[in-house]
Write a protein that binds this ligand. Structure first.
Ligand SMILES: NC(=O)c1ccc[n+]([C@@H]2O[C@H](COP(=O)([O-])OP(=O)(O)OC[C@H]3O[C@@H](n4cnc5c(N)ncnc54)[C@H](O)[C@@H]3O)[C@@H](O)[C@H]2O)c1
Length: 341
């Protein structure tokens, strides 16, 4: 007998929401698309009609129509929508970050604990086959002495997205900080430098290029370079240098052309092209957690930890000083104590 599928209601049908709709409706084995919701009626209608599912501009109606919710609205709306879903008893998948500030993030985690529902956060790299294969063979590296993570958009997002993103470190660096914690371990110091080359970022006090240096509790070092606009392609790579071996995850090179004096290959243009399997698997895994009652691979506490480390990076960039951070174990994970919070 086929295992039960989980009926997911999808909130937010923009860049990433439309991709989640396609994955839930056509690629996930453990989930079905129950209904879609967006404040913009045209967006809701277009996606609903495309997949033959009910569409709505009412969040309450979405909650009534589903077993679980996936939230892919702008960051500033996550806290309200996730909290309402938890209070309605619906397990939630939420895009990163959970909220733009710490108090709102803590409020969401509290609501989720009170309701006793699953919360999984959209750190898709934890579900990508390339990174998962490194995690599975992590012991073969020995002690990791150096971590490098690169994440570059090809072209910057629209100005409206940037203005509501919460800032470069909490919007972009969180992905690399989560990978660093996941594959290396906890962090004790964060330093960062950042600049805005694009006037659109400078105009709102944000940056588009940064370097973050990490000191791990193990004694290892890490460097993260992130940018909003490489112009040549979407870049996402990780390197772990260990005492026994080194692992590198690179941007894939499916076909290489060799012509006189040159070798060239195509590059993905954005995150949708770079991680197709990861985005399917993160929602399939969420559906399995809901169905089977198993814990998610990345939790609200993981989101809080990456958020706190991103805030530490932001503070270091603004003050020009390293920021000491202290990972404090709790029953369910780790909470970071940040210097001068
Ligand atoms: N994990 C990743 O790789 C990844 C990639 C991109 C974006 N994101 C995250 O996904 C979220 C959405 O990003 P995006 O680029 O798709 O944004 P977007 O601006 O392209 O789309 C947002 C959509 O939400 C709708 N919306 C706005 N407020 C709403 C509300 N209160 N209720 C219902 N619908 C509402 C808008 O009409 C729009 O259709 C952000 O939190 C972002 O950080 C994650």
């Amino acid at each position: 007998m086929a295992a039960r599928t989980v009926a997911i209601g999808l909130a937010g049908l923009g860049r990433i929401g439309r991709m989640h709709a396609e994955n839930i409706a056509r690629r996930c084995r453990s989930a079905t698309l129950a209904a879609v919701y967006d404040l913009a009626p045209d967006a809701a209608r277009a996606t609903g009609e495309r997949y033959g599912v009910p569409w709505t501009t009412s969040y309450d109606e979405l909650l009534e129509r589903c077993d679980a919710v996936a939230v892919a609205t702008p960051t500033g709306t996550h806290a309200e929508l996730v909290t309402a879903a938890a209070r309605a008893g619906r397990p939630v998948f939420c895009e990163k970050p959970i909220a733009g500030d710490r108090a709102a993030t803590l409020g969401v985690l509290d609501a989720v604990v009170q309701a006793g529902v699953v919360l999984q956060v959209g750190f898709h790299r934890r579900f990508d086959p390339d990174w998962v294969s490194v995690a599975e063979r992590r012991a073969e590296l020995g002690e990791v002495t150096f971590f490098r993570g690169s994440l570059w958009d090809m072209t910057p997002p629209e100005p409206a997205f940037i203005a509501g993103s919460g800032g470069f470190f909490t919007d972009v660096a969180v992905h690399e900080l989560d990978v660093a914690r996941w594959l290396v371990g906890e962090i004790v110091e964060v330093s960062a430098h950042g600049v805005a080359h694009d006037p659109a970022f400078a105009a709102i006090g944000d940056i588009d290029t940064a370097v973050v240096v990490l000191k791990f509790a193990s004694g290892g070092l890490g460097v993260i370079d992130i940018g909003r606009g490489s112009r040549y392609g979407y870049e996402s790579s990780t390197e772990l240098v260990g005492t026994l071996a080194t692992a590198r995850v690179e941007t894939p090179r499916a076909v290489e052309w060799r012509t006189p004096g040159q070798a060239s290959h195509g590059l993905p243009r954005d995150f949708v092209e770079r991680y197709p399997a990861a985005y399917v698997e993160e929602l399939d895994a969420f559906a399995r957690c809901v169905r089977d009652g198993t814990p998610p691979r990345c939790t609200g506490l993981d989101a809080l930890a990456a958020f706190d480390l991103a805030v530490a990076a932001d503070r270091s960039w603004r003050t020009g000083r390293p920021v000491a951070v202290k990972p404090v174990p709790t029953g369910d994970g780790v909470i970071y104590d940040i210097e001068e919070r």
